[in-house]
Structures are given as structure tokens and as C-alpha cells.
Design a protein around this ligand. Structure first.
Ligand SMILES: Nc1ncnc2c1ncn2[C@@H]1O[C@H](COP(=O)(O)OP(=O)(O)OP(=O)(O)O)[C@@H](O)[C@H]1O
Ligand code: SF4
Ligand SMILES: [Mg+2]
Length: 391
């Protein structure tokens, strides 16, 4: 395992997790599916980082790869995943089985898609919680393990008396809470949650998310939260990245992305659900369907569905980079779209680039100051919560 001293980040803060150039395929050779292509993301301690995208865009593949839980025929073909373990950094892609055992649960915990069905049906939930503690905290005796298991249930809003319940005696929401309790058992620094509440009704979903955000505030862990529901991320995430056909196409502070999405796909996702606040808005949605990853379009992979498509888009793939006309002093953001490349809007002499459409334009500082206002597009799930806490 590579141990490298990380340089200090801005203001002395150092990222907890850095993913650089991560590529993941299913299969090999001509028939390989490129499920994740050159993913870069940075997550800081205590941050909620939201990853959104349609079904099949590669969200789970990215999460499994970060946690080294990817199964065959999945293969990580390039990149690095650097996790900061106190004053050292560890490239998780170089870690051996023993090192991964030490990091998982202790430092990095994962709640997988449909995790609530992953509980062992023939064991009481108390036993399943104490088993985790026995494996990773051998210093705790039986009584201390049972006590800690009870505290963990308390933490997620389940009475300690339910320790002796079997999974089938609990509702779906309670089982999902047990999975979250299990993930938090060893006080990890990073919680990866893949669609943790998708299978639940909206009321239960809302309760669990509120509890999760409360726990995050109290315990200080960071969260990589994956969902197809961008509206939900607007409410809970500090930073959001949008994924399309295996690529990250935009990332920004949650409020920025909500107020001023730069990528046509992000704009389409945001305008695919109704507003609960402010004036009525026309729902535009996104024409067409996600591409077959075995037969990707040339150039920008979004171009067959993009209403702003240009000739260049059909030939060249746009890099993920800061927009050419970023507002001075605004938080950093990245977008993969030729509309925002140097030369678009005539900024760099790009004679073939049209003006950036007003709805996708980079806002000025005044517009960003207005981003603190209440959302005009709100999630039906957590609509009454305030927007993400990032500034
Ligand atoms: N075992 C596998 N073998 C081959 N292809 C796979 C396998 N698992 C996933 N894929 C493909 O990889 C792509 C990304 O899948 P992934 O499950 O990561 O998407 P996702 O964004 O998590 O979707 P969802 O929102 O439905 O969970 C999809 O096109 C999928 O068909
Ligand atoms: S690069 Fe072109 S096709 Fe792709 S999102 Fe931007 S405008 Fe649309
Ligand atoms: Mg998934």
C-alpha cells in the first residue's frame, strides 16, 4: 500500500477522499462496457457529497470501486483512490486484503443499494450488530458489546428493546435504520450510501434523511450519497456531481448547481420535476434515453439528446474543466460542455461557437448572492428542509 504525505489543502484543510482518473470496465476487449470513465472527485471531512444520474450512469460502479467492493466482471483499469487516514494517505487501489479489512467499517462504511434486504433473516438484529463489534473491537466484552448495540439502535431512533427482533419483524424503514446503525458502529470517517432510501415511502425517507443529517452534524463523518433524485441532493448535499453515461459532466456547490446549472443534462434533470415553491415552471424534461454503453455516440456522449448540440459536439469530447467565464470569487465548479469552453460565446475567438444560452449562462456575483434564497425547485421528500449548508 502506498503511503504518501499529502500537501496541505487551502486553509490547511486536506481532502478525506480524492478520486483521480478512475476508469472501470465490465468485461474486456472489444465487448468491454466502460461503466466509469476518468472520474475525478474530491470529498472533505464532514462534507455531504451527492452523486446524481439516471439509472445505468455508473453511480454504483463508482461507489463499489472506491470501496474496493467491485465484483467480476468489473475491473478497475486506471486511476487512484486516495483516502486520508489521519496524517497519512492511502491509495485504496493498492491496498491488500488485510489493509482493506482494517479500513472498512473502521474508517469507510458502506450502505449498499437495497441494503435493508442484506440483513441475515435468521439472526436477531442485536446479534448482527454485536457480531460487527466482536470482529472489529475484540477488546469489548459481551456485556459492553450488547450495550453498544443498544446505543446504536437508539442513535437511529429504534427502541433498544428491539435488539431481540428478527429482520422480518421490522418495517423496511427500521431495517434500513439498522443498516445505517451497523455502518456507524465503529464511527467511520466516511459513509458511502448508495440509494439508501429509494425503496421507502416518502415519509419514512424524509425521517431517515433528517436523522442522518443530524447524526452527521453530531458525529462529523463525511457522506458520499448516491441517488437518481437530484432534487433530494439539492436539499441535503454540500457538493453535487452529475453523472451521465459513465462520465462526471458537472460538479458544483449544491446551491450553485440548483440556481445555475451549466450543463444541459443537469438543467434537464432539474427541470424534470415540479416546483413546490415560487412560480409555476414548465417541465422540460430530457428527450430520448440514456445511451447503450456498448455503442456510445461520438464526441460528447450527450449530443443526441442535447437541444444545444453543435457540429463540434458530434466530433470532440469536451473535458471536465472550470467554465471559461466563471464569476470571480465564486466557489470552484467544473463542467464538461463545449458551450462553456474557452472560445464559446466569442470569448476566445471561437467563430463557430454560439452564445451561451441565457438559462445555462454562468451567473455573476449578484446572481450567486441570490442563490441563498429558498429553492424554487424543491424535493417532495425533504421540501421543508433548508438547502445544503455550503456557501
Ligand atoms: N455485472 C455487470 N456486467 C456487465 N455490465 C454491468 C454489470 N453491472 C453493471 N453493468 C453496467 O454498467 C453500467 C453502470 O451500472 P451501475 O449499476 O453502476 O449504474 P447506476 O448508475 O448505479 O444505476 P442504477 O441507478 O440503476 O442503480 C450499466 O450500463 C450496467 O448495465
Ligand atoms: S458539448 Fe455540445 S452536445 Fe454536449 S452538452 Fe454541451 S452543447 Fe450539448
Ligand atoms: Mg446503482
Amino acid at each position: 500500500m502506498t503511503m504518501t504525505q499529502l500537501p496541505a489543502g487551502p486553509g490547511g484543510g486536506q481532502p478525506l477522499l480524492e478520486v483521480r482518473g478512475l476508469c472501470v470496465d465490465y468485461g474486456s476487449g472489444e465487448s468491454a462496457v466502460h461503466a466509469v470513465v476518468g472520474a475525478d472527485l474530491t470529498l472533505h471531512g464532514s462534507e455531504v457529497f451527492g452523486l446524481a444520474g439516471e439509472s445505468g450512469s455508473g453511480k454504483s460502479t463508482l461507489a463499489y470501486s472506491i470501496a474496493r467492493l467491485l465484483r467480476m466482471p468489473g475491473v478497475i483499469t486506471a486511476g487512484e483512490v486516495v483516502f486520508r487516514d489521519r496524517d497519512h494517505s492511502v491509495n485504496l487501489l493498492d491496498a491488500d486484503a488485510q489493509q482493506l479489512r482494517e479500513l472498512r467499517w473502521n474508517q469507510i462504511a458502506v450502505v449498499l443499494q437495497s441494503a435493508m434486504n442484506a440483513l441475515n433473516p435468521v439472526l436477531q438484529i442485536g446479534t448482527q450488530l454485536t457480531d460487527v463489534l466482536q470482529a472489529h473491537r475484540p477488546g469489548l466484552d459481551r456485556t459492553a458489546r450488547r450495550q453498544r448495540a443498544g446505543e446504536l439502535l437508539d442513535l437511529v431512533g429504534i427502541p433498544q428493546g428491539r435488539l431481540s427482533a428478527y429482520p422480518h419483524e421490522l418495517s423496511g424503514g427500521m431495517r434500513q435504520r439498522v443498516m445505517i446503525a451497523m455502518a456507524l458502529a465503529l464511527e467511520p470517517r466516511l459513509l458511502i450510501m448508495d440509494e439508501p432510501t429509494t425503496a421507502l415511502d416518502v415519509v419514512t425517507q424524509r425521517e431517515i434523511l433528517e436523522e442522518l443529517m443530524d447524526l452527521r452534524a453530531r458525529l462529523g463523518f463525511a457522506v458520499l450519497f448516491i441517488t437518481h433524485d437530484l432534487s433530494l441532493l439539492i436539499e441535503i448535499a454540500d457538493t453535487i456531481a452529475v453523472m451521465y453515461a459513465g462520465r462526471l459532466v458537472e460538479s458544483a456547490v449544491a446551491r450553485q448547481l440548483y440556481r445555475a446549472p451549466l450543463h444541459p443534462y443537469s438543467y434537464g434533470l432539474l427541470h424534470s420535476f415540479p416546483s413546490l415553491h415560487g412560480e409555476r415552471q414548465a417541465m422540460t424534461g430530457i428527450a430520448g434515453s440514456p445511451p447503450d454503453l456498448r455503442q456510445l455516440p461520438s464526441g460528447c456522449v450527450f449530443h443526441p439528446r442535447c437541444r444545444y448540440v453543435m457540429e463540434r459536439c458530434k466530433i470532440e469530447s469536451p473535458p471536465l474543466e472550470p467554465p471559461a467565464k466563471a464569476s470571480p470569487g465564486s466557489p470552484p465548479r467544473l463542467v464538461s460542455c463545449w458551450l462553456h469552453a474557452d472560445g464559446a460565446d466569442g470569448a476566445g475567438g471561437g467563430a463557430t461557437s454560439p452564445a451561451v444560452p441565457a438559462e445555462l449562462a454562468v451567473p455573476d456575483d449578484l446572481a450567486m448572492a441570490g442563490a441563498a434564497a429558498a429553492p424554487a425547485v424543491a424535493s417532495p421528500v425533504v421540501a421543508s428542509q433548508s438547502p445544503g449548508s455550503a456557501s
